[in-house]
Ligand binder design. Structure first.
Ligand SMILES: [Zn+2]
Length: 309
């Protein structure tokens, strides 16, 4: 069937990573506009592995707080993204990428998985097809960026990271690094490889701070929320990743209803990335002491299209 959306997307497609003249920050136009209190640190909660079956459960757990849903290309569809957008969230592509030793570990790979050793054009085709499965211009939904599902092998591979960051750059998409490699062994190498490739291509790149549910034990998830709050206070903001597990959704609900949550601006990833990339996140100790005589200005809508960005 002919779809106008597909045609329009083909026209903006990258041609072998050549500079198409696209705005590298084009993703900002797909970010949810938010208002915030500049005196509070920021939190981003990204829920990965979102599928058609789990999207409503995830939205129910968020209780109207702005989160970010990362959709699997093979099991989610544009209607799911529309539900999430309509709830005030940002939506991103959760792109399957090859993890280390997946055969030995008995991990099955999604059909769309980017693997080490693939040709450049295969990687670009997989990203293109995945975007087409989720974006729908007639429904008015398109992802603002992509993060990696698994990927502990692919995200350490110089060719894969180079191609992925080039593809993100020429489409004007944000790359959100899930940082799935355990620190110590490969952490630094892989983090730097993806980040270096992003810097080389001029791709907008941000990285996850805390995994909420590496262990699904509810006590552990609660502790991870505490870590998240601590990191966010220290750095001015922090990004967490969780999954649509029952335990995580329960802990998320509890956290959002707790007094701790009200210490923070809970914002979608687009707004946060804009602030981080523009050096606007301030650790709490760097903030100016309050001046008593004048009331603070009201929170301003975020200037996504500010000049000079
Ligand atoms: Zn995932």
């Amino acid at each position: 069937m002919f779809r106008l959306g597909d045609l329009l997307m083909d026209l903006t497609r990258c041609f072998r990573g050549m500079d198409t003249g696209a705005d590298p920050h084009a993703w900002t136009s797909n970010a949810t506009q938010v208002t915030y209190d500049p005196a509070k640190p920021f939190l981003v909660i990204v829920i990965d592995d979102v599928s058609h079956d789990s999207v409503k459960r995830v939205l129910a757990a968020s209780q109207g707080h702005a989160i970010t849903t990362a959709h699997m290309p093979d099991v989610s569809e544009p209607g799911d993204l529309k539900l999430s957008r309509d709830a005030g969230n940002d939506v991103i592509l959760h792109m399957p990428m090859e993890p280390v030793r997946y055969r030995e570990r008995g991990i099955g790979l999604e059909p769309s998985t980017i693997k080490v050793g693939m040709f450049d054009r295969e990687i670009r085709r997989l990203i293109d097809e995945s975007l087409k499965k989720l974006n729908d211009l007639e429904l008015g939904v398109s992802v603002l960026g992509m993060n990696n599902h698994m990927g502990s092998a692919a995200m350490q591979d110089p060719q894969v990271t180079d191609t992925v960051m080039s593809e993100m750059r020429c489409r004007g998409l944000l790359f959100f690094d899930s940082h799935t490699i355990s620190a110590g062994q490969f952490g630094r190498v892989a983090a730097d490889m993806a980040r270096d490739a992003a810097a080389r291509h001029g791709t907008d790149y941000v990285r996850r701070d805390v995994f909420l549910d590496h262990s699904r034990d509810p006590a552990n998830i609660r502790r991870q929320f505490e870590t998240l709050a601590r990191v966010a206070r220290a750095n001015g903001g922090a990004i967490a990743i969780g999954h649509p597990h029952r335990e995580t959704m329960g802990a998320l609900k509890d956290f959002l209803n707790s007094p701790v949550a009200s210490e923070f601006n809970i914002v979608p990833i687009g707004a946060y990335a804009y602030l981080e990339l523009n050096g606007l996140l301030k650790p709490q100790h760097e903030q100016q002491p309050e001046v008593a005589q004048e009331p603070p200005p009201p929170p301003q809508p975020k200037p996504f299209h500010a000049a000079g960005y």
